[in-house]
Design a protein. Structure first.
Length: 457
């Protein structure tokens, strides 16, 4: 009998969003981890290592499948070994220049992922630059989150170095875990509805008039996806942490980052926002236990919606305090379980219906049928991946110079920002739709944001 790995509720929501983006002309929602290497990696060694990874995590070697009756997505586990030359693809950079690498990396963002004949984690090695290879790891967001990829990359490098006997590797059971459901711990659908129906704590005095940087509805063709990078040295990274401490106080680095990004976006707005306008963003919480690596092959996080009045965004200290206060309100008011229950409830919709609702939400002139972050993005999407002390500075035989991530930007907001703190160095990237935001505008925003991260005033 065929074996399948079921998608958890959050995975199913991302799958529907993937299909909504494809209907709009985008390549779905996938993530690219970019590794700038010092020297060449061992490509054949990576291929051999993947055979071991497929035994440890069968879902990594799976194929996308749809239930024949409901259309519900799932991962088929018992499949033939893939063609590893297609899973790990070698590209020649011609000419061997940094601009050519940037162009080809952006071209890759536009390519939909083949998940029917290939596994959900795929590799591209770009060769030709004098300092070393550029490795891109791609995966659909419906398969796992960024933290899961960090854990998977650790295992790839560990197994590459240790070279264990394949017969000795046993499945981790990752594909059978139900961590998301355990977080809610609500036995019945009726209990979930009751939780969502309770009175919720509201941010007093903040009405909802969210603004986006680009104006107007999304039009086809959707245009080119571009990206911008800003790399901070180890000393500059420490300077950002000191700036956060001075502006916002202890343990508020994430709030400092969001407050700085909101101010940069506010300054980039083409015209002053109307009276009473607000900006929204997300505080992303990883739900893995502190000393627990798993699960790898699932999404396991919450995005808590936060709002600030546009009139106060110049005051980063006040904004950071408000963001912290709202987060504490949500946590103390059982808001995390409420959010997870909402995700689970929405994920119960038939996949085609959920995809249609998300697609309709990408029109800013319509009244949203789903909550913000379910098709309709917040004003500003900022992802942050903290340093992992167990992540080694190597990958398949070569040292890493830089590691950063890119994703598909939401069509309405037009851009997204991601921060990766890896091996004591901060990497800041943005992806944006050139049809919605010009490269000149995005560069000015990123310059302002990067300067703000170093500014303790």
């Amino acid at each position: 009998m065929a074996r399948f790995a079921e998608l958890n509720p959050q995975d199913r929501v991302f799958f529907a969003y993937d299909r909504a983006l494809r209907r709009l002309g985008l390549p779905g929602i996938h993530i690219q981890a970019h590794l700038d290497m010092i020297g060449p990696i061992d490509v054949e060694g990576l291929k051999r290592t993947l055979l071991a990874i497929y035994r440890l995590y069968p879902a990594v070697g799976s194929r996308l499948d749809r239930h024949p009756v409901t259309g519900t997505p799932r991962w088929r586990l018992e499949v033939p070994p893939p063609d590893l030359d297609r899973v790990v693809r070698l590209h020649a950079l011609d000419p061997p220049t940094e601009p050519e690498w940037i162009r080809q990396g952006e071209d890759l963002l536009h390519q939909p992922m083949d998940l029917v004949t290939l596994p959900p984690v795929q590799f591209h090695v770009f060769r030709g630059l004098p300092d070393g290879d550029r490795v891109v790891i791609r995966w659909p967001h419906a398969f796992m989150d960024v933290r899961g990829m960090i854990l998977l990359a650790e295992d790839i490098d560990r197994i590459y170095r240790e070279k264990p006997d394949l017969a000795s590797i046993r499945p981790s059971g990752d594909e059978e875990r139900r961590d998301f459901e355990a977080l809610i711990a609500i036995p019945t659908l009726l209990d979930q509805v009751k939780l969502l129906a309770r009175d919720r704590p509201r941010s007093k005095g903040i009405a909802t008039h969210d603004q986006w940087l680009p104006a107007g509805r999304v039009r086809r063709p959707i245009g080119r996806i571009r990206h911008i990078r800003r790399f901070f040295s180890a000393e500059q990274t420490r300077q950002t942490q000191q700036a956060a401490l001075r502006v916002c106080g202890f343990a508020q680095y994430g709030d400092f980052v969001r407050a700085s990004a909101l101010r940069a976006m506010h300054r980039a707005m083409p015209s002053p926002p109307p009276v009473g306008a607000t900006y929204s963003t997300l505080n992303v919480l990883d739900h893995r236990k502190r000393r627990q690596r798993s699960p790898v092959c699932h999404n396991l996080f919450s995005g808590l919606l936060l709002r600030v009045p546009a009139s106060m965004v110049e005051d980063r200290k006040a904004v950071a305090a408000l963001l912290r206060h709202q987060t504490e309100q949500i946590v103390s008011g059982d808001g995390i379980r409420r959010h997870l229950a909402l995700v689970k409830l929405i994920s119960r919709l038939p996949p085609a219906l959920l995809t249609e609702a998300m697609y309709q939400n990408m029109n800013p002139e319509r009244e949203s049928a789903l909550p913000v972050a379910f098709g309709t993005p917040p004003s500003l999407q900022v992802g942050f991946s903290a340093d992992a002390p167990t992540l080694l500075p190597t990958f398949c035989g070569a040292n890493k110079a830089h590691t950063y991530g890119l994703g598909i930007p939401p069509p309405l907001s037009g851009f997204a920002i991601d921060l990766n703190l890896i091996h004591g160095q901060l990497h800041v990237t943005s992806t944006f739709l050139e049809s919605r935001i010009t490269p000149a505008s995005m560069n000015r925003l990123m310059d302002d944001f990067a300067a703000a991260l170093l500014d303790a005033s």
